[in-house]
Design a binder for this molecule. Structure first.
Ligand code: NAP
Length: 338
C-alpha cells in the first residue's frame, strides 16, 4: 500500500510508520517535524496543518490509505477537503475520552453514549487539562464519517496507549517502580480492573484496517485485567521474583493526597471507584473480532523497559516519588497496626 500518515513523528504515529515500513509499504509522513523525526524508510513531508492548503500538494500522490492522529478540528477538515476524494480508506485515531459515561463497566461502542461535538468556537483541546479534548475528537469523527462515508472510514478509539516511546509518565512508572524493588505501594484492590493497549498492537491494527478496508467505529484497547495481574505481568516482563506488594485502600490514598492516573504524586493506572469504574473496563470483543491482536503483557513490558534503558532522557519522570511512597506506606502500616 501507499500510506499517508498525518503525524508519524512521535509515539503511535511513529510506531505505525515504522511497522508499515517493516511490512513493505510505501510510507509518507506529513508533519512539522517539531515532535520528533519519522522512522528510517519513511518519507517525511514537512507541512504545518495550521495552513489550510498545506496538504493540497499531496492530493495526486496516489495514496491508498490515510491515517490521521489529529486533535484539531480544522486540521481534520482541511485534510479531508484536500485528500478525501483521492484515497480509498481513512483511519482516524480518536480516543475513549469521547465517552460520556466513565462509571459503568462493560460498555461497548454499540451502547456507550458519547459527548456532544465541540462548540463552534472550539478548534482543539485547551489548557493543561486539555479541555474539550473528547468533544473535539467527536467533531472530527463526525467529519470523517460524513466526508469518507462509514464504509471507508475506520474510527479507532484507543484507551491508554503503552509501550516503547511512551511520552507519558503512566506505564513507565510501574516499570521503573517494580525494577527498583522493595515494598511497592499498590493502589486500591488487587481485583480492580485496568485496561490499556500496546502501541505496536494498535499500529498493527491500524495497518490491518487500512489493508482490509475495515469500516466502522471501534475501541482500540486490549482486554481488561486485574491490577494484580498487571503488576505480576510487569514483574514477569522484568524477570523479577514476585514483587512485595502492599495494597493500600483508595480512601486512605485520597486522604493522603496520593493522586490518580498521572502527574505529580500520582499512581498511574489507578482511578477512583466507583466513579471511574468504566474507564478501564470496556468490552473489547468487537475489536478483537475485527482484527486487534494483543501481545502478552511481558512483551510490552520488555519493549518499554528496553526503550527506557536506551533513552533515559526521553522518559518522563512522574508519579509518586519514592520518598513520598515510603511515607505513605509508613502511615498505612501505623494505621493497620493500631
Ligand atoms: N497516549 C494515549 O494514551 C492516548 C490515549 C487515547 C488516544 N490517544 C490518541 O492517540 C493518538 C496518539 O498519536 P501520537 O502518539 O502520534 O501523538 P500525537 O501527540 O497525537 O501526535 C500529533 C502528531 O501530529 C503532528 N502535528 C501536530 N501539530 C501539527 C501541525 N500544526 N501540522 C502538522 N503536523 C502536526 C505532530 O508532529 P509535529 O509536532 O512534528 O508536527 C505529531 O506527529 C492521538 O490521536 C491521541 O489523541 C492517545
Amino acid at each position: 500500500m501507499r500510506i499517508l500518515i498525518l503525524g508519524g513523528t512521535q509515539f503511535l504515529g511513529r510506531a505505525t510508520a515504522r511497522l508499515a515500513v517493516e511490512q513493505g509499504h510505501e510510507v509518507t509522513c506529513a508533519a512539522r517535524g517539531v515532535s520528533g523525526v519519522v522512522p528510517a524508510g519513511a518519507r517525511f513531508v514537512p507541512v504545518d496543518r495550521d495552513d489550510p492548503q498545506a496538504l493540497a500538494p499531496l492530493a495526486d500522490a496516489g495514496f491508498d490509505a490515510v491515517i490521521d492522529v489529529t486533535r484539531q478540528i480544522s486540521h481534520a477538515r482541511h485534510a479531508l477537503a484536500a485528500l478525501a476524494d483521492h484515497v480509498g480508506h481513512w483511519s482516524f485515531v480518536s480516543t475513549i475520552s469521547v465517552y460520556a459515561d466513565n462509571t459503568t463497566p462493560g460498555q461497548s461502542v454499540a451502547d456507550a453514549p458519547v459527548l456532544p461535538a465541540a462548540p463552534a468556537d472550539v478548534d482543539g483541546p485547551v489548557g493543561p487539562d486539555h479541555r474539550w479534548y473528547g468533544e473535539c475528537k467527536v467533531s472530527i469523527e463526525e467529519l470523517v464519517r460524513e466526508r469518507m462515508g462509514v464504509d471507508r472510514s475506520f474510527i479507532c478509539r484507543p484507551g491508554l496507549i503503552v509501550g516503547a516511546e511512551d511520552p507519558s509518565d503512566r506505564f513507565p512508572y510501574w516499570v521503573r517502580r517494580l525494577s527498583a524493588g522493595g515494598e511497592v505501594l499498590a493502589p486500591g484492590a488487587p481485583t480492580d480492573r485496568v485496561q490499556f493497549v500496546d502501541v505496536a498492537d494498535l499500529a498493527g491494527w491500524l495497518l490491518h484496517a487500512a489493508g482490509t478496508r475495515l469500516g466502522g467505529t471501534y475501541d482500540g484497547i486490549g482486554p481488561a485485567m486485574t491490577r494484580a495481574d498487571l503488576l505480576a505481568g510487569v514483574a514477569a516482563g522484568l524477570d523479577l521474583a514476585e514483587p512485595a506488594l502492599t495494597w493500600v485502600d483508595q480512601e486512605f490514598l485520597i486522604s493522603h493526597d496520593v493522586r490518580e492516573w498521572s502527574g505529580e504524586r500520582a499512581l498511574p493506572l489507578w482511578v477512583r471507584l466507583p466513579e471511574y469504574g468504566g474507564l478501564m473496563d470496556r468490552d473489547t470483543r468487537p475489536s478483537l473480532h475485527a482484527g486487534l491482536a494483543v501481545r502478552p503483557l511481558p512483551d510490552t513490558v520488555r519493549a518499554t523497559a528496553s526503550w527506557m534503558a536506551a533513552h533515559p532522557a526521553a522518559v518522563r519522570q512522574g508519579g509518586l516519588d519514592p520518598a513520598d511512597e515510603a511515607v505513605v506506606l509508613g502511615e498505612w502500616q501505623a494505621v493497620r497496626d493500631r
